[in-house]
Ligand binder design. Sequence first.
Ligand code: NDP
Length: 372
Amino acid sequence: MPFLHALCRSWARHGPQIYTIARWGRVARDGGGWTAIAPRRCLNGDMKAVIATAAGGPEVLELTDLPEPVAGPGQVVVKVAAAGVNFIDTYRRSGVYKMDYPHVVGVEGSGHVVAVGPEVDGINEGDAVAWAEGPGSYAEYVAVNAEKLLPMPEGMNLQAAAALPLQGMTAHYLCRSTYPVSQSTVALVHAAAGGVGGLLTQLITSHGGRVIATAGTQEKAELAKSYGASDALVYSEIPDLATELPRIIRVLAGDGVDVVFDGVGKATFDASLASLRIRGTMVLFGGASGQVPPFDLQRLNSGGSLFITRPTLVHYTLTRQETLWRAGEVLGAAASGELRVPIGATFPLADAAQAHQALESRQTTGKVLLIV
Ligand code: NDP
């Protein structure tokens, strides 16, 4: 409908140009099918977008009309097909991360290029692209810096492409760079049925490592096992997690795990530290349950000369080359079928608030997408 709407508006404004559009209206390949893409002259009218009106819960998200973006130098405008829903969107919406309000929510997605700005080489209108760093992606159109675009493998559909950039590259840097796993690695992965957790479990096990997973329900634990975890613990059913989880881990893995990948944060942090072997590594990469409060460095000493890091994706995609390496491996593995891309839930753009609600209340598994 937005496409028809844009056509009608163009007709009203420009009269005969509608014939040009009708004759030259363009289509682009989307995996198995064909998708109509808006011709360039339809840009710069209004579009639907989801804004966060103020810092707060999902109720501050609002579908509104905004002017379509213009491709500045080094940028392209993309007609969004699907936008990824990520925890970072909720941190920015809620005020955990400092933001201006209102702002258009979202950073990730996939779609077709409909306008190419000056100083952009090698990208053409009609190209199918994906991205992890495109602020304002919960919208019909978004301007993305061309250097942030990720080429899509031949035949990959746009939903899978929107599901992978952020969580896939995160899983990649965690187990290839932050703590490079090997065949002897035993890792504890929390929330292993989730977006990052599911991909991370698959990547670690595909490199020969062993994953002991945690998950909130038995059903999620089964899912984690299907990604390759050797064991999956329902941590929500373990009383006194900080004491009990390390004990269970030592039954399963002797002296403790080599590394913990913890994106749950506040609720699991103490249990994670206590589950490590001497000189083990704590990778705290998020706070789905809340942010970890300041902590006493002496705990690393008494815990066994432990290492701790709090990494973030932007510092692991510093150069174009590094970004293309990570994206190429993850998208390539998905395209070849080696990596499953579980899309747990899709919502229409207008239901972004419900999508945030579902993600934040642990109702989802895998990737959550907004279909635009
Ligand atoms: P998920 O799909 O993993 O969803 C979060 C999961 O965390 C839930 O499904 C739930 O799984 C678990 N969880 C446990 N306690 C809570 C709680 N109190 N509230 C909500 N969820 C809880 O999300 P993502 O894969 O998108 O993100 C996972 C983490 O990774 C987040 O902390 C995110 O910020 C972080 N992240 C970090 C990046 C980085 O570069 N540092 C980049 C991308 C994401 P269960 O029910 O099984 O417990």
